[in-house]
Design a protein around this ligand. Sequence first.
Ligand code: UDX
Ligand code: UDX
Length: 490
Amino acid sequence: MPRVKQICCIGAGYVGGPTCAVIALKCPHIRVTIVDLNQARIDAWNSPDFNLPIYEPGLDDVVRKARGRNLFFSTDVDKGIQDADLIFVSVNTPTKKSGVGAGFAADLNYVELATRRIAATATSSKIVVEKSTVPCRTAESMRTILDANSKPNARFDILSNPEFLAEGTAIDDLFAPDRVLIGSLQTPEGKEACEALCEVYRNWVPKERILTVGLWSSELSKLAANAMLAQRISSINALSAICEATGANIAEVAHSIGQDSRIGPKFLRASVGFGGSCFQKDILNLVYLSESLNLKEVAEYWKQVVTMNEYQKRRFSKRVVDTLFNTITGKRIAVLGFAFKADTGDTRESAAITLIRDFQEEKALVNIYDPQVKQDQIWADLNEASPDVSLATIKRQVFVCSSALEACKNAEAVVIATEWAEFKTIDWQAVYAGMNKPAFVFDGRLLVDADKLRSIGFKVGLGSGVCPDNGYDTNAYSVQVTVIGRGERL
Ligand code: UDX
Ligand code: UDX
């Protein structure tokens, strides 16, 4: 007899939504209810035409198969809690904006609210699972809240089950995870709860991929995994700066080092900088944790990964300005891509936001095109990035376009900020015809075929570390640069 018959997930976001939709699909005998305070979000999950609130390849298909069968979306949080044997807490945990630890620590307000709600509502025992990424020892705080507020006969076991899915490939990641990590207290009750959750995953995940560890190891492993991944990107981006200064080619360097089986080829793509809701936030969490533990050197070490990322974004936008003859005032720049990576509409911490803010400050005109990001989201992000500038002013400088071709019209330069596959196949000949000359392309994702663009007539600057010989039209460049007297080699 399966121990878990009903699951409730609090938080219908990028993590809770896809994760629990896949659990419902793979476990038809379990009733899964995903609850959220946000009515509009729940309405979108329930929309008759499957106009879901997040874009994720394959998600639509999963929801179509399971919704109404054993997958439900609701704003009735209390009923969801009452009915469930197991509750995932999958609310957002942004970096704190004020108070102690501002700028570093995670804001656990939503986790606390959800925990208090469980304690106040539950009339029977529950397994409570942290799905949100949380600082180490959050489970302990949850336990304190639950124990202090629970009803008689309601026992709570707390598990940590961090999610490792990446946006854009969430469904594939959930169908075939590298590993599922479950942390529990090493008490008989803790192990029992852990086994109940293992049983759920065993419906489709091979048992050797389900790792069971202590609660604190599990919490720390999530932060550590994201920090290590981000560290690889900052390392390759740091090397890209050396490439630009020396004439080495970062794509060749990345390929060469990735062939070493101890290093491996993944996560070595030089870029305009990493984004997303997790990397920066989780590293800052790790920094905060290290500082709280008086481990100053450890904190400094991890902080450098974020510092390098900021440097890369700044270096890229400066490169654009320098190349366009040291000024972009009044010039039109087409930014292709606004999402933090391809195959998602998510814009959290997207490098594009920083670049566009820099271009705005230089008084450029900016045309943006992204195949998935909604206009309102773009305005909200740009407004937040420049709090001292009114949205009306931003809208006089920045324009959202409905195609790449439209965005590039009359532009001096194209900046590729997100690696959408469609940017490889746009009609670059037509783009070139519509642009002012000389027409520049800055490829922040090393996405397009630079030789092909060069043969059309573009000046191709691969902004993230390709040497002059391979990237820019060196001769034209050195002349221009010398003329303006910056003395910098590009
Ligand atoms: C997730 C993880 O949970 C977070 O820890 C990780 O670092 C990033 O990914 P995510 O699913 O991306 O968060 O967040 P989001 O898409 O914002 O979804 C959270 C949802 O929880 C929102 O829909 C929000 O309305 C809901 N919520 C929040 C509640 O239902 N109740 C609350 O009290 C707070
Ligand atoms: C990440 C982790 O991969 C995932 O395991 C965790 O659960 C959540 O955080 P996500 O942020 O969704 O996932 O996407 P990811 O593919 O990791 O990309 C993060 C950022 O790094 C993106 O901006 C991406 O473009 C960038 N990136 C990635 C690079 O710049 N170079 C690379 O080689 C890989």
